[in-house]
Design a protein around this ligand. Structure first.
Ligand SMILES: [Zn+2]
Length: 389
């Protein structure tokens, strides 16, 4: 699977079956101390219970920003005190990550990010500069469109591994033995982005190419062959920002066509300026060309099929096509139904965590914001999108 077929790290597919059993309720803000069996190992966790069901299964937020869905059967002991949860600051987060990853790693922090890396410092700097520009551009873009977004409340963690093998060893713990073929991913369980240094990739490196200076890295990653790789970093970073700025809620029912379409919408980076971000809202031609080809072959299903369930976008056999549809629909709605799109996101972000909506609820939410007549909306979509240059 390539980056287009791989959804956000969905640990919750496996972990969320229990949550449909009971009604979840918001718990108090006290600090809960839990000894639980996590992935076969006993582990002590302290944090805030974000959601708890009637039998004691919970979603626990720890001070590093991770969210832990823990089934009651895996909890050995629990106790609480009345301290509030205090999220780690940049130095504390850096120390925590360094102690987890080991002595080979170093830290580079910027205004909103803590980058922990075992590649070159210059590459870590290149990454944090890219992410800062994206975050600034992302927040400005949505504020201008009436969205109630804010800067992340705590520093965001980014792990950069020097090579693919060490990255995969880390990713395997979270994604399972299948791992990932993507060059990076965002996990809404850990709230981190993990990736590896692209400049080490043979296909990008020409003979005599150095990668010690920022200008060398910029030159390397400005090559056309690097474009999809950089786009993947931007894609994953967009997920991380949107789940940390009030726009989307981790572990709520986020329709995948929407989360992914939103990330793909931002995937068109313009790296020509090192200061500003000007890639937002450009036509994503690789997605659009695929959509048009499928459409003319009668291979694009009705909009309601995209909205009602995540099946097509999760299924590896249909995911690439569904990502193209997700881009097209998000592009259309963001561009021509901006206010409704912002209001729709607000509705979704207020959804309870660990509760999955049924297809009828999904469709009703969509219709409430974009109108009852989906056929009419589809006609408008085709009329406007057919004029895209
Ligand atoms: Zn994604």
């Amino acid at each position: 699977m390539d980056r287009m077929t791989r959804p956000i790290s969905y640990r919750w597919i496996a972990l969320s079956a229990w949550l449909l059993l009971g009604t979840c309720s918001q718990a108090a803000t006290a600090l809960e101390h839990v000894l639980a069996n996590i992935d076969g190992q006993p582990r002590k966790l302290s944090g805030k219970v974000v959601v708890e069901d009637s039998v004691g299964s919970m979603l626990l937020e720890t001070d590093d920003g991770a969210l832990w869905p823990i089934h009651v059967d895996f909890i050995s002991t629990r106790s609480k005190d009345d301290k509030p949860l205090k999220l780690l600051d940049k130095d504390e987060l850096a120390q925590r990550l360094l102690s987890e990853l080991g002595p080979d790693f170093q830290v580079h922090d910027s205004k909103h990010y803590v980058v922990v890396y075992n590649t070159t410092r210059t590459y870590a700097k290149w990454c944090s500069s890219l992410l800062e520009r994206l975050q600034k551009g992302f927040l400005a873009y949505w504020k201008k469109r009436g969205c109630d977004v804010h800067e992340p409340k705590a520093p965001l963690a980014v792990l950069v591994f020097s090579d693919r093998d060490s990255y995969l060893r880390y990713a395997k713990k979270e994604l399972g033995p299948g791992g990932t073929n993507a060059i990076g991913y965002y996990s809404f369980q850990t709230n981190r982005i993990a990736m590896y240094d692209l400049t080490g990739m043979q296909e990008l490196r020409r003979q005599n190419t150095k990668r010690g200076r920022l200008s060398d890295i910029t030159a390397l990653l400005n090559q056309p062959s690097a474009e999809p790789l950089v786009a993947t970093i931007v894609h994953e970073a967009t997920h991380q920002i949107s789940f940390n700025c009030g726009m989307q809620t981790r572990y709520a029912d986020n329709p995948v066509w929407l989360s992914e379409g939103l990330a793909v919408f931002f995937e068109t980076p313009d790296l020509s300026s090192s200061r500003s971000w000007s890639g937002i809202g450009k036509v994503n031609y690789s997605r659009w060309d695929l959509f048009r080809k499928n459409f003319s072959n009668g291979k694009v299903p009705l909009l309601k099929d995209l909205i009602a369930t995540d099946d097509r976008i999760r299924n590896p056999g249909t995911a690439v096509d569904a990502y193209a549809e997700a881009w097209a629909w998000n592009y259309f709605l963001i561009t021509w139904h901006t206010e409704e799109y912002a209001a729709y996101l607000k509705t979704l972000s207020a959804k309870p965590q660990l509760v999955q909506d049924d297809p009828e609820t999904r469709l009703a939410d969509f219709r409430r914001h974009f109108g009852n007549d989906l056929d009419e909306l589809q006609k408008e979509f085709l009329r406007r999108m057919s004029r895209l240059k």
